[in-house]
Design a protein around this ligand. Structure first.
Ligand SMILES: [Zn+2]
Length: 209
C-alpha cells in the first residue's frame, strides 16, 4: 500500500529511483518530499515525509530536464557585516593617521567582507539541465560563476566533506573520471536536499541510457 501525498492526499506512486535517493514525488500534484526513516507513536519504524528545506526549489520540465534552485542565505552573514564594519572603521582611522599599510589591509578586508556578505545574503545556487546540457550558476558578486556542465556524462553523485575546512560540497563523478565540485556555500540542510535531488535525476538519466 502506498502512502498518501501530504499535499493532495492521493497515493504517492512508488518510484524506486526516488526512494533510493531518499525522496518521494507525487505524480498527481508534483510536490517533492524528503523521505526519512522515522518512528510512529508506538515506536515502530515508519516512513516520514518532510518538505524540502525552505529556499530549495525543484522543477521538472519532463524528459530528464529540470531546474534546482537554492538560496545561499545563512546566519554567517551577520558576522561578516560586523567584520566589514570593523574594517571600514579601521580604514578610516588608519587613513587619517597616514598609516598606509594598515589602511590598505583594512580596505582589502572591507572589500572582501562586503563581497562575502553579499554572497551569504543574496547568493544562490541554480542548476538547469536541458537536453543533457547543464548550466550551473553559483554565488553572487565577486564570487559568482557560471559554468556549463555536460550533465549526460554524470555517472554518480557524492558528498565530499573537507575535514580541514569543515565544509561539505557535492561531487559529480563524470564518465571520464573527472570530479566536479559544487554547492560549497550552501548550508548543510539545503546541500543534503540538493544532493538527493541530483542523485534522483542521475538515476533517472541512467535508467534511460
Ligand atoms: Zn500530491
Amino acid at each position: 500500500m502506498s502512502d498518501p501525498c501530504p499535499t493532495c492526499g492521493l497515493a504517492l506512486a512508488v518510484d524506486e529511483s526516488a526512494v533510493r535517493a531518499g525522496l518521494a514525488l507525487c505524480s498527481s500534484c508534483g510536490s517533492v518530499w524528503l523521505r526519512e526513516q522515522g518512528k510512529n507513536a508506538d515506536g515502530a519504524d515508519a516512513i516520514e515525509f518532510r518538505p524540502l528545506p525552505g529556499r530549495v526549489r525543484f522543477e521538472r520540465h519532463g524528459d530528464g530536464d529540470f531546474t534546482i534552485t537554492a538560496s545561499i542565505l545563512q546566519p554567517a552573514a551577520v558576522y561578516l557585516v560586523l567584520f566589514s564594519l570593523v574594517c571600514v572603521y579601521g580604514a578610516a582611522r588608519t587613513g587619517v593617521r597616514g598609516d598606509w599599510i594598515l589602511f590598505i589591509l583594512s580596505v582589502a578586508g572591507a572589500v572582501a567582507g562586503v563581497g562575502m556578505c553579499l554572497e551569504f545574503i543574496a547568493g544562490r545556487f541554480r542548476l538547469e539541465v536541458r537536453a543533457g546540457e547543464g548550466r550551473l550558476d553559483e554565488g553572487f558578486a565577486g564570487f559568482h560563476r557560471t559554468r556549463s556542465l555536460p550533465w549526460a556524462d554524470v555517472t554518480s553523485v557524492d558528498q565530499n566533506v573537507s575535514r580541514r575546512w569543515k565544509m561539505s560540497r557535492i561531487v559529480l563523478n563524470m564518465k571520464d573520471g573527472r570530479r566536479v565540485f559544487l554547492g560549497g556555500a550552501l548550508p548543510e540542510d539545503r546541500l543534503r536536499a540538493v544532493l538527493r535531488l541530483l542523485r534522483y535525476m542521475v538515476e533517472l538519466q541512467c535508467r534511460v541510457c
